[in-house]
Design a protein around this ligand. Structure first.
Ligand code: ZN
Length: 119
């Protein structure tokens, strides 16, 4: 009986988000790679929202990452287990500093920084 060794799963950024915030990442699982396009979308309920589109299959997931309580995804894996590679992957990219927060959202204007000296 052959014991299966767990195959490492890695996520990599194939294309940095462009001017419209659309980028490409891929998840490698053993010898398989799956490419996804993603675009950050405004998220008013905490965390950061991403529309993730799996290339080739036309499946679109809305993924939210942030604190553990803020994570969500529309895939079956998350519905069943409460975690999935999309949330884990995007979280990893954010932790690596690969997806800097963009100041493009018009619905959420950023407040000017407060300074003590202006009072
Ligand atoms: Zn998912």
């Amino acid at each position: 009986m052959v014991k299966e060794t767990p195959r490492p799963r890695t996520i990599s950024l194939a294309r940095e988000p462009d001017g419209r915030g659309i980028g490409v990442f891929y998840i490698t699982n053993g010898r398989d790679s799956q490419f996804y396009t993603f675009r950050e979308i405004p998220c008013e309920i905490g965390g950061r929202g991403f529309a993730v589109h799996r290339l080739g299959l036309g499946t679109l997931y809305h993924v939210r990452v942030g604190d553990p309580a803020e994570c969500s995804c529309e895939c079956l894996g998350f519905l069943r287990w409460g975690r999935c590679k999309h949330v884990a992957g995007l979280s990893a990219l954010i932790q690596q500093g690969r997806l800097p927060v963009r100041a493009t959202s018009r619905s959420r204007p950023q407040a000017p920084p407060r300074t003590c000296s202006s009072a």
